[in-house]
Design a protein around this ligand. Sequence first.
Ligand code: EPZ
Length: 408
Amino acid sequence: MRVSGAKNSVLKLMAASLLTPDECIISNVPNITDVQIMMQVLRTLGAEVEWEADHLRIRPGDLKSRKAPYHLVRRMRASIAVLGPLLARYGEAMVAIPGGCNIGSRKIDMHLKGLVELGAEITSEHGYVTARGSNLKGAHIILDFPSVGATENLMMAAVKADGNTTIENAAREPEIQDLAAFLGSMGAGISGAGSPIVEIEGNADLHGTSHASVGDRIEAGTIAIAAAVTSGDVEITGINPSHLGLPLEKLREIGVEVEENRDGMHIKGNGDYRSVDLATLPFPGFPTDLQPQIMVLLSLAPGAGIVTENVFESRFMFVDELNRMGCDITIEGHHAVVKGDGPLSGAEVCATDLRAGAALVLAGLAAQGQTDLLDIHHIDRGYEKFEEKLSGLGADIRRAAVDEGEEF
Ligand code: EPZ
């Protein structure tokens, strides 16, 4: 199966298109809820945004508003990505402070600290953060933590600053490289993306562009783990396997057959697995967005594996739901001890966030009996046609209307 374009790149490319009045075309865009919300954010700012086949056509023109409203930001916290571009282009931006979510507080202090170092004035009141500064100056910024969102916001704010900017301890995710490529195709001068030190030339005169998003490495990893937990045999295309280096290595350590090729990878599960330990870390470490999914696989591997979550402070909420399906996972602070004494049994369970929802689907595919998964709107935020793709691979999965009579 072919993966869709990367949610965690496309949302930022859409925000970056605000840096120019010209038309930008973004292709390989997944039709998911988060993209639809970001389209609404851009329209609220005054941009024209249209779907055309599998690509987006965005014409910002001269935006009528610089304010991203709460009712949209609360539904999709990545809306904060418009802060940097609006500040860079108009010298002001107002974005509702994104709330936390089910995996953590999701602070934006590093975004704001970096904008202040670029010369912006930040105020926060009535639930909104306002950034002002029409004469941003290039700066040497060192991030406390390689934050994906902060790196992206600061890259977009810096392209029009007076003078060059260096971001040290920058995030290295493939989506950062995709954003740098997008900005470069608009006329920006960016080097070092994908390394811990990103250099951004200031005073860029940016124009429209056409760009295809990278494939979604987290969707690819999710499908690879689905193949492993069902002892399946799956060809995954549309993804650069180097974007999943460590996850594929861990699958091999567990006993899954993994063959990489130019456009993706071939995954063959056999059910004869062994447990491993892993820790989530910023790229190229093991991605936190595959942590719930790999826990399902470790629940089928004899022995005990320790999974350490280093990126988000509360990304184990879903474990209680997995344990209701027969998993044996014990949480100790940032560590989860996963005992692999399957088999799993189907149950009624609830998705608590996007990746936990995907993990519960994988558990349902591996379990004996039927699983009814509720609150699947979480999954629709980031997986395009998830049940169609899985049933195309042989899974017995369908979207069911919730029986109105039942209490949920
Ligand atoms: C991006 O979130 C992704 N979202 C997340 O994917 C992903 O899990 C995360 O990067 C890490 O890879 C999008 O790209 C839309 P961070 P982001 O800034 O940018 C703390 C998914 O399922 N932090 O690298 O918010 C933060 O609270 C989602 O697709 C601060 O304290 O991630 C977190 O604990 C989930 N202050 C850690 O750093 C800040 O100013 C990593 O956050 C910024 C972040």
